[in-house]
Design a protein around this ligand. Structure first.
Ligand code: SF4
Length: 493
């Protein structure tokens, strides 16, 4: 029998705010959800930022209310600390009012009350953060706590880590008290919506923009049509617009009427998908054949830790930690067999960026186009310039030689199986089905590579695991430059 007033955590309320159907499915059919590597990585980021916030706000005597499935235990521990006149910060203080449970990241004594701080790994205040704080404020005040202010602390992405564990300045704090207090009616409405979602039937919600905002929903593969040859999500463009097509009964790209499409890229995808044949224009062949030799096919792997761990780096700054380069001197037949390959990966744990840059400059010589896929590599090299101004001149010469393959391919090629994406992972298998990233062992996408690198340099990682990760990282990065070689060869054959 359904419970009329079920207990709900703050995260469940935020799930209901994003989509009531999401909360219903989380509660009754969690097995239908799929947690992506990206989502897991975001959770890990949240934990890490939470740890640092305790270091920053902590004082001698600070107490953390450890998570325990027995909620009354956490509630009692919190209550005892507060009633006994605690004069030190409390982390994860736990409160419940009318079944709504909140765990407050940081609670600091403030005169005869408490200053509450919610810590987020983002780099700015978002609207759902304000709502998040409003839920906490509502619960704390209704259990009788004197909340003097409630603030949001987020990552300050201009912070430069000086080293030695000094993180003062990493978090930027915003007082949201006034804004939050105006949201009490919204909080009450949200609680009602969430309770209905949990106790009632599956809410009738169409897919749309809410499926990936503010968080990627774990039920996308359940709710969005996937049982057709060219699922409509592959038309690309905004999820809100795609949701409208689905509401009209479309499931496959071919179900959409061309008159209902306004954007040129979507019209092109629709036209080629309906034809069932790839479109290959001459522009790619002309552009690629005009490239001089030697040709360098370059790909970086990067990490962008929210909490920097190498001195001189900033939060979320993309840092190159690995590269792969195939070199075509023009003496072979343009296939991988006739090319040299060089690579860089340093898993010692120290900052590898300077040696990486020096070896890259040496590898790339003085002339010849440096081929890349998307403009990302340019940004990565610019970050190296920022880190090592003494290398600016040779790195700028590399930037001047960069040639982005993706816009050329995008303008001249589309295959229906690319499902609206010109990422190298989408293009490659349409040219050679054998070279499919899905077949790679272990690391098979960028987030996995970044996480794999960080795991590999962790001193607690076993030598066997480190060796396994090293193999996977080298294979993955090399796979990208091999793919670039094959893609160019496809157009120039
Ligand atoms: S995929 Fe979209 S419609 Fe389905 S539960 Fe998630 S947010 Fe709601």
């Amino acid at each position: 029998m359904a419970v009329r007033n079920p207990y709900l955590s703050k995260s469940k309320l935020i799930a209901a705010w994003q989509c009531p159907k999401r909360l219903h499915l989380e509660k009754h059919h969690p097995e239908l959800g799929e947690i992506s590597a990206k989502t897991e990585s975001l959770w890990e980021t949240g934990y890490r930022v939470g740890e640092i916030s305790q270091q920053l706000y902590g004082t001698p005597g600070s107490v953390e209310i450890e998570f325990d499935k027995r909620v009354p235990l956490m509630l009692n521990q919190t209550r005892q600390l507060i009633d006994s006149g605690a004069d030190f910060p409390i982390f994860e203080a736990t409160f419940r009012h009318e079944g709504i449970l909140v765990r407050v990241d940081v609670l600091i004594p403030d005169g005869d009350g408490w200053r509450a701080i919610e810590v987020k790994a983002s780099t700015s205040v978002k609207d759902y953060h304000v709502l998040d704080c409003a839920i906490q404020d509502w619960v704390m005040r209704h259990v009788g706590l004197n909340v003097t202010t409630i603030s949001l602390a987020h990552i300050n992405n201009q912070f430069v880590y000086p080293g030695d564990g000094q993180y003062q300045g990493l978090l930027a704090e915003h007082d949201l008290t006034d804004e939050v207090r105006t949201l009490e009616p919204t909080v009450i409405d949200l609680i009602a919506t969430a309770r209905d979602a949990v106790t009632g039937p599956l809410p009738d919600v169409h897919v749309g923009g809410q499926c990936s905002k503010p968080y990627e929903c774990q039920f996308i593969s359940h709710c969005w049509p996937t049982d057709t040859e060219y699922p409509i999500a592959g038309l690309g463009g905004g999820k809100a617009k795609l949701g409208n097509y689905i509401a009209l009964g479309c499931r496959d790209i071919r179900d959409v009427q061309i008159e209902d499409i306004s954007a040129e890229t979507q019209k092109r995808i629709h036209r080629i998908t309906c034809s069932g044949e790839p479109e290959i224009l001459d522009g790619a062949k002309l552009a690629f054949e005009a490239l001089a030799y030697p040709r360098y096919y370059l790909d970086f792997e990067t990490i962008a830790p929210p909490v920097p761990f190498w001195a001189g780096t900033r939060p979320y700054q993309p840092l190159a930690v690995q590269w792969s380069c195939h070199i075509d001197d023009g003496t072979g037949d343009g296939t991988l067999q006739g090319m040299r390959h060089k690579e860089f990966l340093d898993l010692s744990g120290g900052p590898p960026m300077r040696n990486l840059a020096l070896e890259l400059i040496g590898c790339l010589g003085d002339s010849g186009p440096v081929l890349m896929w998307t403009a990302y590599e340019k940004g990565v090299i610019n970050n190296l310039v920022e880190l090592y101004p003494d290398l600016a001149a040779p790195l700028q010469k590399v930037i001047d030689r960069l040639f982005d393959m993706q816009p050329v391919v995008k303008a001249n090629y589309y295959h229906p199986k690319m499902l609206g994406s010109w990422s190298i992972k989408a293009v490659m298998p349409t040219i050679n089905p054998e070279r499919d990233y899905a077949r790679l062992e272990g690391i098979k996408e960028g987030t996995g590579a970044a996480d794999g690198f960080i795991e590999a340099i962790d001193p607690e990682t076993t030598p066997d695991r480190k060796a396994e990760l090293e193999t996977q990282l080298l294979r993955y990065c090399r796979f990208d430059t091999e793919a670039m070689v094959e893609i160019l060869g496809f157009f120039c054959r």
